[in-house]
Design a protein around this ligand. Structure first.
Ligand code: SAH
Length: 361
């Protein structure tokens, strides 16, 4: 059977696997066994406690992981690994595996491209081809664990950031299902405290998510101290006013007890002046929050440039003076096109989509 039509078992809960196996005439206890193998990244052929006939039937009709690693590029500066993955329909997505002293953090994509249209973001330049399935999100982690196993240090991915290509709340149901499976025992077993979800601020979904009992760290891509500037760089700001976004953040804090992180990419001549830091501080006063300053990765296609170290420092100090907790994001993998969407774009320009499809065959 063609890979595209195969059932993606990795995105199923143990209950769903049980129902699926029952149709194949299998006893209920096999579901747990299968669930464990799938999340360990073991191919059907290696699932040693399943009968051979079942293994070959699964092989014929299902995928153990719909994601395949196409290429890995390791930074010589800090060990960061950029991953390029192929999906069953030939699409390419990318991810970044960051190696910290306290563990490994994987940056996941939630869509192929993005349709939010932020002026500074490379992921959105060609729009959104489609959303990823829960299996395709889990599959990125299983693949990254495989890459780490190859390093031979017995490490695994411990933290997840949903900050790759795509807007997680534009793929709401699949992201929620992914998170529910992610924390299950017997699976990857990654708790919500080890997950960050970044959104451009889709207010209704933020409010709904606050009630899902999935207390991840919410990162809000703010990038502006007021609606005027925000609308210049983020089309979504024309739909939701900053006041409503901040109110949804307060609601999230209230419901989950977790602080919100505001992402702020400093763009030269747009949002990086000290007066703008003062305005931002006034808007955030009294909130249980933290500001993460990101020096913009220049996007030549859009004519936007980053700021100097001095400008970052001045902005940071202006926030600190007003008692806003702030850090400057550490840049990782600077030598390997670590920023969202950059590597994938170069790949697509080189006409590598065909290779991706072949790699899946
Ligand atoms: N759609 C989600 C998550 C993906 S982007 C969101 O908007 O939050 C992850 C983060 O990288 C966001 O804060 C985004 O605004 C930021 N980002 C995108 N392009 C960037 C660039 N060129 N330089 C710096 N940060 C960028």
């Amino acid at each position: 059977m063609n890979n595209m039509n195969k059932t993606q078992l990795l995105g199923m809960t143990p209950e769903e696997l049980g129902a699926f196996l029952k149709e194949m005439g299998q006893p209920a206890f096999r579901a747990k066994q299968l669930f464990q193998w799938l999340h360990q990244g073991v191919p059907f052929s290696g699932m040693s406690n399943l009968p051979k006939t079942l293994r070959s039937a699964l092989e014929e009709n299902c995928t153990d992981n719909p994601v395949r690693v196409l290429e890995t590029i390791k930074s010589k500066l800090d060990g960061t690994i950029k991953l390029l993955y192929a999906l069953p329909d030939g699409h390419i997505i990318e991810g970044v595996l960051m190696r910290y002293k306290y563990g490994n953090t994987l940056c996941l994509s939630t869509q192929v491209g993005c349709r939010m249209g932020c002026a500074f973001c490379a992921s959105t330049l060609d729009g959104c081809a489609r959303s990823l399935t829960p299996a395709e999100m889990l599959g990125q982690i299983v693949c990254a664990n495989g890459v780490l196993a190859g390093d031979g240090e017995g490490q695994k991915v411990g933290n997840i950031v949903l900050m790759g290509s795509g807007e997680p709340f534009d793929n709401y149901d699949n992201v929620v299902k992914f998170l529910r499976i992610l924390r299950m025992e017997g699976g990857l077993c990654i708790g919500m405290r080890s997950v960050s979800l970044s959104t451009c601020g889709l207010v209704p979904q933020m409010r709904r998510f606050a009630q899902e009992d999935l207390p991840v760290t919410l990162s809000l891509s703010l990038h502006a101290p007021n609606d005027d500037i925000r609308r210049q760089v983020m089309p979504v700001a024309k739909v939701y006013a900053m006041d409503d976004v901040l109110e949804a953040c307060r609601y999230y804090i209230e419901q989950t007890g977790r602080r919100v992180i505001f992402e702020y990419a400093l763009i030269h001549g747009v949002n990086a002046a000290p007066e703008q830091a003062a305005e931002l501080a006034a808007r955030l006063r009294g909130m249980q929050c933290h500001v993460n300053l990101i020096p913009l990765n220049s996007v030549p296609e859009r004519g936007l440039t980053g700021v100097t170290e001095r400008e970052v420092d001045a902005f940071r100090k202006a926030l600190e003076q007003r008692n806003i907790s702030v850090t400057r994001r550490r840049e990782m993998g600077d030598d390997i096109e670590g920023a969202c969407g950059q590597l994938r774009r170069r790949y697509m320009k080189d006409g590598m989509m065909k290779d991706a499809a072949q790699a899946q065959e």
